[in-house]
Design a protein around this ligand. Structure first.
Ligand SMILES: Nc1ncnc2c1ncn2[C@@H]1O[C@H](COP(=O)(O)OP(=O)(O)O)[C@@H](O)[C@H]1O
Ligand SMILES: [Mg+2]
Length: 478
């Protein structure tokens, strides 16, 4: 009985061992070769530790560790079986211990690198970048223009390198704009168009190393993950740090300011360009995670925030200016100004609590305007992947036409304005009533067209339904 069990086990093991390579299609194996080997003991990549000695499939050891092991063996005190928690090590169990997400892609050999690196001619000109952004992002023309130029210059700088005497300064961007005006969306669209990796982080979750929370360098870790652990790709990516207004220096704090000023201080080094050691495939450094070095010099940093209280600072300054002299204006002259943020100066930002060194590393400031009702309507229907188009496509698969009255769009935009979260509310509102449509329509195969009306949005009636037969008649009459 025991023997049989033993035999079965043996067979299973054999199957596992021989089965492995067969299961892996060849493409998979090739991919594996794209990743660096790691020393099994010290976890350093081959590029750092020197040529690795392969012991068995998938397990390699660096010369240093090998030497250390030999030394220990010679002294005669290496005994695995006496190590706690280890009874029998089956080397074949270990070979897949390092998950793919923790491996770093090999640096390309020089010749290949040239081919793939950023070619200066391939960077689209600013007007082309803006034209592409226009297809997705509605209005915000000023911001799109500023960003197109900044991005163009940034990648030109990356492409030329900085060996010249005239070093082009890094053009990190500070982006201000109310909630739901498209800050995140703009950056996401940009990264997609340029085909560069993007990491989005929240400034409020960042803390100095040693405190609870993500340390500041974790943003680079995220970027590396977004670049499939390809260091070179990550090094020309984009990092978007949101809610940057939440790390303003507090004026009346008695405690040590953990998440504010010190985070700004901590970001300086990254913004400027530094070599940072980041864990691969994890957000925090610990003993089991391999590390790799990423240079942030060519990474484009965009910091964004809604800066709601900044308006008070701007208003104060403007009022001060206008209340001097004979032409003193009314005190509430700027109270109704819809786009105060656009009048921001670096001085205002400093008064708000951003430290000068931090602002100095974000030389480009752009503001997004609040979206009014007319722009919200355009957002509903104009972008390449507009929400309405998405629903129309979904229903078209059921051979049902979906139409929206202009009145209905106005009503949706109006409701979004009331919620005061910019374009963010649009999707939520539409989802609320589309749920019923998406649920009811497929029940009846005879339905050919659904028209959403203002009455339906305002819960005063139902949508207009047209049957397939009627639609056919209509078409024949035409
Ligand atoms: N200007 C815009 N053009 C098109 N869609 C927009 C625009 N602004 C916002 N949206 C839509 O609203 C959503 C939320 O916007 P988001 O970029 O997250 O706002 P925030 O400024 O708060 O970061 C986006 O996913 C996008 O679908
Ligand atoms: Mg956002």
């Amino acid at each position: 009985m025991q023997d049989k069990d033993y035999q079965e086990n043996q067979e299973n093991e054999k199957e596992e061992l021989t089965g492995e390579p067969g299961q892996n299609p060849e493409g998979e194996q090739e991919k594996e070769q794209d990743y660096e080997k790691y020393c099994f003991l010290c976890r350093r990549p081959e590029s750092q530790a020197g040529k690795l000695i392969t012991l068995t499939d998938g397990i390699s050891v660096c010369p240093e560790c090998m030497q250390k092991t030999m030394d220990t063996l010679q002294n005669g005190n290496l005994d695995f079986s006496r190590m706690p928690g280890i009874s029998m090590i089956n080397l074949s169990d270990l070979q897949n211990m390092m998950p793919r997400q923790q491996k770093v892609k090999k640096k390309k050999p020089k010749a290949e690198e040239k081919q793939e690196s950023f070619d200066i001619r391939s960077i689209p000109a600013p007007h082309k970048i803006k034209a592409s952004l226009d297809e997705y992002v509605i209005s915000q023309d000023y911001a799109k223009k500023v960003i197109s130029v900044a991005v163009y210059n940034h990648y030109k700088r990356v492409a030329t390198g900085t060996q010249d005497e005239i070093e082009i300064e890094k053009s990190n961007i500070l982006m201000l704009g109310p909630t739901g005006s498209g800050k995140t969306y703009l950056v996401k669209t940009l990264a997609k168009l340029l085909d560069v990796p993007l990491a989005i982080a929240d400034a409020t979750s960042l803390t100095e190393a040693g405190y609870i929370g993500d340390d500041i360098e974790s943003v680079i870790s995220k970027l590396l993950a977004a670049a499939d652990n390809d260091v070179e790709k990550a090094e020309r990516g984009i990092v978007f740090i949101d809610e940057i207004d939440k790390i303003a220096k507090k004026k009346d704090t008695h405690h040590r300011d953990v998440s504010g000023e010190s985070v700004q201080q901590g970001l300086l080094k990254l913004l400027e360009g530094a070599e940072v050691e980041v864990p691969v495939g994890a957000s925090s450094k610990n003993a089991m995670v391999p590390l790799t070095t990423v240079n942030t010099r060519n990474i484009l940093f965009i910091c964004g925030g809604a800066f709601p209280e900044l308006e008070t600072v701007i208003k104060e300054r403007l009022n001060q200016k206008s209340s001097m002299g004979f032409q003193a204006d009314l005190k509430d002259k700027y109270d109704k100004e819809p786009n105060l943020l656009a009048k921001v100066t670096v001085e205002d930002l400093r008064n708000f609590g951003m430290i000068p060194e931090f602002l100095g590393r974000l030389p480009i400031i752009c503001t997004l305007e609040p979206l009014d009702r007319e722009k919200l309507v355009r957002i509903l229907k104009e972008p390449k992947n507009a929400i309405l188009k998405q629903y129309q496509k979904l229903l078209a698969l059921d051979e049902v036409q979906l139409e929206f009255d202009d009145d209905a769009l106005e009503a949706i935009a109006g409701e979004a304005m009331r919620r005061d979260t910019g374009a963010r509310a649009l999707r939520a509102i539409i989802e609320e009533f589309m749920l019923d449509i998406m649920y009811e329509i497929p029940k009846d195969d005879n339905i050919g067209r659904v028209t959403i009306t203002r009455e339906y949005i305002e819960h005063r009636g139902g949508p207009l339904i047209a049957m397939r037969g009627v639609l056919k008649l209509e078409q024949q009459e035409l």
